[in-house]
Write a protein that binds this ligand. Structure first.
Ligand SMILES: CC(C)(COP(=O)(O)OP(=O)(O)OC[C@H]1O[C@@H](n2cnc3c(N)ncnc32)[C@H](O)[C@@H]1OP(=O)(O)O)[C@@H](O)C(=O)NCCC(=O)NCCS
Length: 273
């Protein structure tokens, strides 16, 4: 990794078009192979590889707008469920579109990507994940093993500033439908994020088991603890006109820590694989 970092720094300094493109292609390839990552866990602490994010931005800057010829994809699915034979007579408008795994991101073996989904540059998706329809894995997001990203859940991208930690979803996390996890939030192992929970850097999360709020601090991002079960809730406004009028604001709640019941609630797709 150090070698590639030096090669990148040298190429960025010289800024010669042909060489820069070659070096960027190497970096992209190393990202796709999972050899380098935009962030990684070092002894329990997530750290950003700033130079890789810089390199990705460099790649965007040096890229010229060009025509990308249509490419026909191959798909892989159970042979018992072939592509349905639909023709014009059926009178259905089937609008083109689908999923995209952008170059420069890593998707490991055994992961299922349902259409339409988008996995952006710099993202890392480990083994055995389910990326369900309408899900987004934003740029540089790090997704661990056996994560379930339910339909319409959005994992935000954090490309800039280069020093900012991307969103991290650790192993065996379940993200329910329509969730949004943004701005460098960390979801620790085995946590369960219930349907419709939205988390960003400014969201206080109430832990109903301790009575404390979990918040982002100066140097530590909003971090949902291991095994936490988070559901959407609300809290009353405690000042201003909202207080007089009994207005509530959105407040995710850790309702409990994962138990057998939770395991049963989130067992979904084994038979679909
Ligand atoms: C979080 C979740 C997994 C439930 O976990 P669980 O361990 O089975 O939770 P329980 O049923 O034991 O509920 C614990 C408490 O939280 C409440 N609760 C659970 N989920 C809730 C939710 N989403 N919203 C509001 N309250 C909820 C229960 O009513 C219960 O309250 P009580 O103790 O006052 O009765 C479930 O709510 C959820 O969000 N599932 C994801 C569904 C989804 O998006 N699937 C996508 C693919 S279809």
């Amino acid at each position: 990794m150090q070698d590639l970092k030096n090669i990148f720094e040298e190429a960025a300094k010289k800024d010669e078009r042909e060489n820069s493109h070659k070096v960027f292609a190497r970096i992209r390839y190393a990202l796709e192979k999972g050899e380098i990552r935009t962030a990684q866990n070092a002894n329990g602490k997530w750290v950003v590889n700033t130079w890789i994010k810089e390199a990705i931005l460099w790649g965007f800057r040096m890229g010229a707008l060009s025509e990308i010829p249509g490419k026909s994809w191959n798909y892989f699915d159970k042979d018992t469920i072939p592509v349905q034979d639909i023709n014009l007579d059926k009178g259905v408008r089937l609008v083109p579109g689908g999923s995209s795994i952008r170059s420069g991101c890593y998707v490991a073996k055994g992961t299922v990507v349902m259409p339409p989904s988008y996995i952006n540059i710099g993202a890392y998706v480990d083994e055995g994940c389910m990326i369900d329809s309408h899900a987004l894995v934003g740029s540089c997001a790090q997704v661990g093993k056996n994560v379930h990203l339910s339909a319409a859940s959005q994992i935000g991208g954090v490309l800039e500033p280069v020093g900012a930690l991307p969103v991290i979803i650790e192993d065996n996390v379940f993200i329910g439908g329509n969730c949004g996890i943004y701005e460098g939030t960390i979801i620790k192992r085995n946590a369960v994020i219930g349907t419709g929970v939205i988390l960003n850097a400014a969201t206080p999360v109430f832990d109903n088991t301790t009575g404390e709020f979990i918040k982002k601090m100066d140097e530590s991002p909003l971090t949902i603890p291991e095994n936490a079960v988070v559901i959407a809730g609300s809290r009353p406004i405690t000042s201003g006109h909202g207080k007089e009028k009994g207005i509530h604001v959105y407040c995710p709640v850790i309702i409990k820590y994962r138990d057998d019941k939770t395991g049963k609630s989130i067992t979904l797709e084994d038979t679909l694989r």
